[in-house]
Design a binder for this molecule. Sequence first.
Ligand code: DAT
Ligand code: MG
Length: 150
Amino acid sequence: MERTLIIIKPDAVQRGLIGEIIARFERRGLRIVGMKLMQIDEALARRHYAVHEGKPFYEPLVAYITSGPVVVMALEGKDAIAIARRTMGATNPAEALPGTIRADFGIEIGRNLVHGSDGPETAAFELDLFFEESELLRYERAIDPWVSEG
Ligand code: DAT
Ligand code: MG
């Protein structure tokens, strides 16, 4: 069982796509174990994207992610990190496969709607940045055995 951090970015919130995006992860079978609406401040944005510091797109990226409210979610499931990334599609919506969130709702890299952790260490780091331990719930759904063999 893995956990991953998803951010529904400011463009998606402004465009009224919160429900659409949550529904895609939900229908995939991933379990929502944490969720909140918040506005990311500059310090948190810089920590979250620290790996990109110094790259030409870093400052615009910080400006974008802090530009309005976001929804952050912790998703859980077998291979949740990779499954969420494939549900999102390639970083650049122009190159993402149809059927993915980024392709179906976006056209360019600077407005790619959604963030998802890219590996186990990143997921642990990012979940810790955005959630208190007490905000991450442990529960079973009656449908879980119909999603995973266990
Ligand atoms: P991802 O969000 O798919 O994990 P990433 O971690 O490489 O991609 O980059 C973080 C964000 O930075 C990405 O969602 C959009 C932006 N970005 C990445 N590469 C970029 C580039 N070459 N030009 C402009 N923005 C870029
Ligand atoms: Mg990344």
